[in-house]
Design a binder for this molecule. Structure first.
Ligand code: GLV
Ligand code: MN
Ligand code: MN
Length: 418
């Protein structure tokens, strides 16, 4: 392979930021960034990203679970592929960097290679997943699970809050019919690399632009429906009430207490609903979500049992019914040591100092590849560690350093395969 000149981090940062801004304008809530899986805005974002992929020299397909797959063959068209990517869905009222950065940076790398007429000894496949945040349906990471060959067909019948199934939403989106679990050539790839914002405060506190991910912590998600008895706010005496909301409040605090008291566990109730709630009605039904995580699977599994017990105890004491279901789980997933070394050398060459290792508290598409393909993640500094918020920020300079690091890692791997 002839030498490829690595673009300057400044050039890469400017190119990446311009595209992040374009994507940020695509939303279902004007004035905010809200792009849930298979929404109208996800559809528009996929069309935009597909155009970028084609302009960068890739052929593009959409898979049955709405992952955009951009393909840039290697010098030998039959050579295996290195996978790069992240996600283009968002939480509600999100920032503009979470997920999109990994997609946009990967496209920019292919665009530069194609513009220089360069083919590598392996192909590059850029993946724009759509279901990383798991905000719309009970389970999550379906796009990367399908590519990795671990898709669970049962989730196609899952429903969103409006009762729309994944199956129906995929048809509405225009995803092609087909078996999402069918083997795909990516499954015999060389590995998967994902660039992502840190979403935490560590790199900023230590004045480091990038960091290397060691592992992604495991997660359990669930939902709980608390059923008490609705009644008139003025007529039912306090001792005779079976208030679902006050019971749920105690359950929420019990979950928080378990999170606080357990070393290495974080526990969050991010959604609480009082369906049909009114100012003058004692709540008869309340629903809340659960999300708890640990780097140690045994700690998380133990928490599953303790949280269930705590919720049942509150339900018994308050004479309500609690229907708790754990709807999704993924174990802690370790990054590949070989790819970590590759990324470490690329990062050190880019920033000229030793690179910090850190674990990921957030979940990522990369974890779908556990046990299937070696994977590695590169984190870039987030301002004040803020994410899942419009305040999310990474500087243009850092975007450039991170993209240059990923680019260098790809080129270094190409040298090893030459
Ligand atoms: C995604 O951001 C997650 O960690 O839930
Ligand atoms: Mn993300
Ligand atoms: Mn996120």
């Amino acid at each position: 392979m002839s030498a490829v000149t690595l673009p300057s981090p400044a050039d890469l940062g400017a190119a990446v930021l311009a595209r992040l801004d374009e994507l940020a304008a695509i939303t279902d809530e004007p004035g905010k960034i809200t792009r849930l899986y298979l929404s109208k805005s996800h559809r528009r974002a996929a069309t935009l990203v597909e155009g970028w992929m084609r302009d960068a020299g890739m052929s593009v397909t959409l898979d049955p679970v709405a992952t955009l797959i951009g393909t840039y063959p290697g010098s030998d068209p039959d050579a295996p592929h290195l996978l790069l990517g992240s996600h283009i869905d968002s939480v509600r009222d999100a920032g503009k960097f979470d997920g999109t950065l990994g997609v946009v940076a990967a496209i920019e790398i292919v665009r530069r290679l194609n513009a220089a007429g360069k083919r590598l000894p392996f192909g590059l496949t850029v993946l724009a997943f759509g279901d990383e945040e798991g905000v719309r349906f009970p389970s999550t990471l379906s796009g990367s699970a399908a590519v990795a060959g671990r898709f669970n067909g049962a989730i196609l019948d899952e429903k969103d809050e409006e009762g729309i199934t994944r199956r129906a939403a995929l048809a509405e989106f225009g995803a092609p019919e087909g078996d999402p679990a069918a083997p795909w050539q990516g499954q015999s790839g060389l590995g998967y690399l994902e660039l992502h914002i840190e979403q935490g405060p560590v790199l900023e506190a230590e004045n480091r632009p990038v960091g290397l991910v060691t592992a992604i912590q495991g997660v359990t998600r669930g939902s709980c429906r608390v059923i008490g008895s609705a009644g008139h706010a003025g007529t039912v005496p306090m001792p005779l009430r079976r208030d679902a909301l006050t019971a749920a409040a105690e359950m929420v605090l019990a979950v928080e207490r378990i999170g606080r008291e357990t070393e290495g566990l974080v526990a969050t109730i991010g959604q609480l609903r009082v369906p049909g709630g009114a100012v003058n009605t004692i709540p008869g039904v309340v629903e809340f979500s659960l999300d708890f995580r640990s780097e140690i699977d045994a700690v998380r599994k133990d928490a599953e049992a303790r949280i269930r017990k705590a919720i049942e105890a509150v339900a018994l004491a308050r004479k309500v019914e609690a229907r708790l279901a754990y709807t999704y789980e993924a174990p802690a997933s370790e990054c590949d040591p070989g790819l970590r070394l590759l990324m470490a050398e690329a990062a050190e060459a880019t920033v000229q100092k030793p690179i910090r290792l850190l674990a990921s508290g957030a979940g990522h598409d990369a974890m779908s590849f556990r046990g299937k393909l070696p994977f590695m993640m590169l984190f870039v500094r987030s301002k004040a560690g803020i994410s899942h918020s419009p305040e999310e920020f990474t500087s243009e300079a850092d975007l450039g350093i991170a993209t240059a690091t990923l680019f260098r890692a790809v080129l270094d791997l190409a040298k090893k395969h030459a």
